[in-house]
Design a protein around this ligand. Sequence first.
Ligand code: HEM
Length: 450
Amino acid sequence: MAPKDIEWESIAQKRIAEKRTHVSFPQLKYPSLRDGAARDPIQWLKGKAMDDGAEGIWRIHDKLYDFTSFMKRHPGGEEWLELTQGTDITEAFEAHHINPTVEKLLDKYYVRDANTPRNSPFTFNEDGFYRTLKKAVHKELEKIPKDVSKAADRITDGLFVTLLCSSAMAAWVKNYYAATVWYIFASVNLAILTVACHNYIHRSTNWRMYLFNMSMWSYRDFRVSHVISHHLYTNTLMDLEISSLEPVLFYNPRKDKPVHARVGFITELFFFPFIFLFSFVKRFMSIFFRDGFFKRHYRWHDLIGFLLPLTMWIVSGASVLHILRIWLWINCTGSLIFFAIGVNAAHHHPEAIKDGDKPRSVTPDWGEHQVEALIDRKDVNGNVFAVVTLFGDHALHHMFPTLDHAVLRYLHPVFIEHCEKFKANYRVSTQFSMVLGQIKECMRSEFRIR
Ligand code: HEM
């Protein structure tokens, strides 16, 4: 190992112990409230507001804007701006608007320049990887047939109907073996419907995004933990999908990983089944423990999850106790399958950069970081059903989250060409190797130093 790398290793270990800065991006301070007890979207947003220098309004790059008068008219829906008020929305703004004309609107809402440097390592240079790819994608989209996304809509609607039918059948049939088959079918159905709905959560308000709540998890919470945190700050200390699993699952490489975290690929099987319900209970309890939570964050769609047991009860005519038992089994098994799909999809592999690994640059292009932080699966990409239900085409989805999953395969040629031009570190593997990678990532303590 070259002396320079030894130096990185020892300095990084010091940063870990002090918890004053990020490890991979030492110019950034350690995220406020990251390790606080709740580890939930509300706490994450609060911590981000403390670090972003947005002064209670919104920050994009080094300028502050007041979008209060625009919120209700935002074509993507009011919720995005409502949730992010007081934070830096640079990455969110860049990733959610492919049309270059949107940027022209900003001047109207400009207030003043920000007083502090941006709390993000990422750059968006005009001639850099992401901005030039975005321009190429914008052009390419004009050539794609308009009805392509109907395939994903049909898959999602079909999964919703089969979930209702199979769950009702699981409660209705009397034969033990038949009931077991229907219960397994319904559980798989719930898991992949929840993945499929994630395709709609990234976009402007639409009815299919609400179906995510059939799992009892809130799409509104997921918009923060997944869309605003994980997608935009992937695998960094600001990625809530990593921090919210700690200290049970610990994906960042650390020398002092506890034993239970090193065997996380086994322990996860015992707590994944309860995350759907746990998220509901945690959100419900926030009404009592957080000032103003009910008014600010609780909505009618928090109750959508009860539609499933209600349908089962009405259709099957079984007792309430029986319905409750079958529904809980379906929900917990669905939760286990959903999270098993999620953690083995793209990011948890020793070759995908995590906080602690030495980055190519401490101020990377945002798009190049996305490519570094994931590995795509060749046996999933290309098949619309697999892409929609298994978080497929992950690289393109991360960079262009508002595009329908069925559209992404049309963008492969332009994306690959772009990766070659910029020598971006795009990797493709198989589902099997991602499962092995996840096991190794749980155990990994060494930093990757290129
Ligand atoms: C947290 C920050 C923001 C997020 C997450 C966000 C998200 C979105 C989403 C999901 C869409 C729908 C895109 C689609 O379906 O193709 C959208 C559209 C749009 N947003 Fe935003 N937005 C944000 C901030 C802003 C700001 C600050 C402005 C302007 C001042 C803006 C202006 C627009 C416009 C004009 C559209 C329509 C774009 C088109 O039809 O091509 N957004 N936004």
